[in-house]
Design a protein around this ligand. Structure first.
Ligand code: SF4
Length: 269
């Protein structure tokens, strides 16, 4: 029997949340149904990690996993969606756009295995939100402290550009995950303008009180939101630590540290 072009659930990949019996979404309607009735956050992440609802993205993530970049030619690629990862009761929630083809799609962990992730985890470690300064692969000892990371679209898209239909299809995974953790979250960091824009409908669906008009994205933009339980939640905008932004100095280590220091600071009761 030939191997599938992705890691088969429950075959020993470190931190694989899914098993052979995890239900698989094949259509956007399945995503909505499976996100809604997942009994726990653990099961929700397991279901996210085996989703096949977007044909274009499934084909792309599996093609990349087979063709591979030369530097990783001897490594197996994850080739599946990248589920939310980190503390199950976080105070800080970090939201990115989508995983990278040779980063998360290779390592199976969000923001892991690419330059953006290197910058991000180094900053999280400096600001007390990650146990070690690097995140290289599942099972490397990295651990987020009071923090969780999620992507608005969970599969690596061609050219890093998911279509509006793919964003909409994936939204129920994020909306349910945000609703699950909303009781404890005090800060949400949107990494990049796409994540900032994508968050509004999700936060509305999760029961947050939202400002009108919607605040404009920028690095250091800060908005106070009312969580479903009534407590204040600080929404922070951060430029994405993409290679382009870090190479050009648009994003520096100090700028990222300032965002995560602010995210970790206590909010009013
Ligand atoms: S992008 Fe989201 S909805 Fe689409 S296949 Fe990936 S996990 Fe499923």
């Amino acid at each position: 029997m030939t191997n599938p072009p992705f890691v088969r659930p429950g075959t020993g990949w470190p931190d694989d949340p899914a098993g052979p019996d995890t239900p698989v979404a094949h259509r956007p309607e399945d995503v909505a149904a499976l996100a809604a009735d997942a009994p726990t956050l653990t099961e929700l992440t397991a279901r996210q990690s085996v989703c096949r609802a977007c044909p274009r993205l499934v084909a792309w993530r599996e093609r990349v996993a087979v063709e591979r970049r030369r530097a990783y030619a001897d490594e197996p690629y994850w080739g599946r969606p990248i589920a939310g990862w980190g503390d199950e009761r976080p105070r800080v929630l970090i939201v990115g756009l989508a995983p990278a083809a040779h980063g998360g799609n290779r390592t199976g962990r969000i923001f892991t295995g690419d330059r953006s992730g290197d910058w991000l985890f180094a900053s999280l470690h400096r600001t007390g939100l990650a146990a070690i300064p690097t995140s290289t692969h599942a099972g490397d000892g990295q651990r987020l402290i009071g923090t969780r990371m999620v992507a608005t679209v969970r599969c690596a898209p061609p050219d890093n550009k998911p279509t509006p239909a793919e964003r909409a299809a994936c939204r129920p995974w994020l909306a349910r995950e945000v609703a699950e953790v909303a009781g404890g979250v005090r800060s949400i960091v949107a990494l990049g303008g796409y994540a900032w824009q994508s968050l509004w409908p999700v936060l509305g669906q999760a029961g947050f009180g939202l400002p009108r008009p919607r605040p404009v994205f920028g690095h250091g933009a800060e908005v106070e939101l009312a969580a479903p339980g009534g407590h204040p939640v600080r929404l922070l905008g951060s430029y994405h630590p993409s290679q382009q932004n870090t190479f050009t100095g648009r994003v520096t280590a100090e700028m990222l540290d300032a965002i995560f220091t602010r995210a970790a600071a206590p909010t009013p009761a």
